[in-house]
Design a protein around this ligand. Structure first.
Ligand SMILES: O=C(O)CCC(=O)C(=O)O
Length: 281
């Protein structure tokens, strides 16, 4: 039976020690805060009371609904609970209004993107297509670091589908209702990272996106995947260099409780296998 937890991710708990958590699963919340999987009891008036932290073996016993679309591409619908989505939106918007927050990039051909962007950890320079510690194509500011709970969340998503990532970059895209992102490959990370198939972990918030997934060559046919608020998507292994993009949004389809117009998408990337190779390290 799949349980819908009060917050956090939608999980099914199987066997072993983890079973003791199941009886109260509907009252519990997986918090975004802290590392690991933290359960909370939610009282009728909404207060959170700390209950337990899952050990790594308990966490490994947790099953999350997932669909492997093609080898290496996993869609995890509803990975984030409504509460976790709200918390993530709040934190992203706070970062987005701080120095080195959202801006509208101009790409090397001179055109403006149809989305706003904010890079955390490392900056993706839209003019050079290279990563750097500073925003050389915009205001020269150093990027903000990736908050620890974001790193923990992305790592957890990858682990859920049997992959590994050490997130060194989080690119946050803010889509206005008419926002789009053309078909492209994410290939600006170091070659050894790409060749190892280290995944990209994507989290979607707000309006549902018409995400398009192609093949390893631009001309290959694409398929559409509806990425709704709270969904996670992992693109790795043999699919790491698949073309992909966002053809548009289903306007107004996001949860009203998020208070978001359009959509936010976070993609977590590992730039280098060795931390010494990370710019600014
Ligand atoms: O918004 C999305 O779902 C995709 C984002 C993306 O492709 C990218 O940032 O490279």
């Amino acid at each position: 039976m799949i349980e819908r937890l009060g917050g956090g991710v939608r999980r099914r708990v199987r066997g072993g020690d983890a079973e003791r958590h199941q009886e109260h699963a509907r009252e519990e919340q997986l918090s975004l805060h802290g590392c690991g999987l933290v359960f909370w009891n939610i009282t009728p008036n909404g207060a959170k009371i700390f209950r337990a932290t899952l050990t790594p073996s308990e966490a490994a016993a947790v099953i999350v609904p997932q669909v492997e679309i093609v080898p290496g591409v996993f869609h995890l619908p509803g990975y984030l609970s409504p509460e976790a989505q709200c918390e993530l939106v709040e934190r992203v918007l706070a970062l987005g209004t701080a120095p080195a927050g959202f801006y509208r990039p101009t790409v090397r051909g001179g055109g403006q993107m149809r989305i706003d962007m904010m890079c955390l950890g490392l900056h993706w320079n839209a003019r050079t297509y290279r990563y750097a510690a500073m925003r050389g194509d915009h205001d020269g500011l150093p990027v903000q670091p990736i908050p620890g709970p974001f790193v923990a969340l992305a790592t957890e998503v990858a682990t859920t589908v049997g992959m590994r990532i050490e997130p060194q970059v989080c690119i946050v895209n803010r889509y206005p209702v008419a926002g789009k992102l053309g078909l492209h490959q994410d290939k600006d990370e170091r070659r050894e990272t790409l060749e190892a198939g280290v995944p990209i972990v994507s989290l979607s918030l707000g309006d549902t996106a018409r995400f398009i997934l192609g093949g390893l060559r631009r001309r290959e046919p694409v398929r559409a995947i509806a990425l709704a608020s709270g969904d996670a998507l992992v693109i790795g292994g043999p699919s790491r260099l698949r073309y992909h993009g966002v053809a548009g949004l289903h306007r107004g389809s996001g949860p009203p409780t998020l208070g978001l117009s359009g959509r936010l998408n976070l993609t977590f990337r590992q730039y280098a296998l060795a931390s010494d190779d990370v710019p600014g390290a």
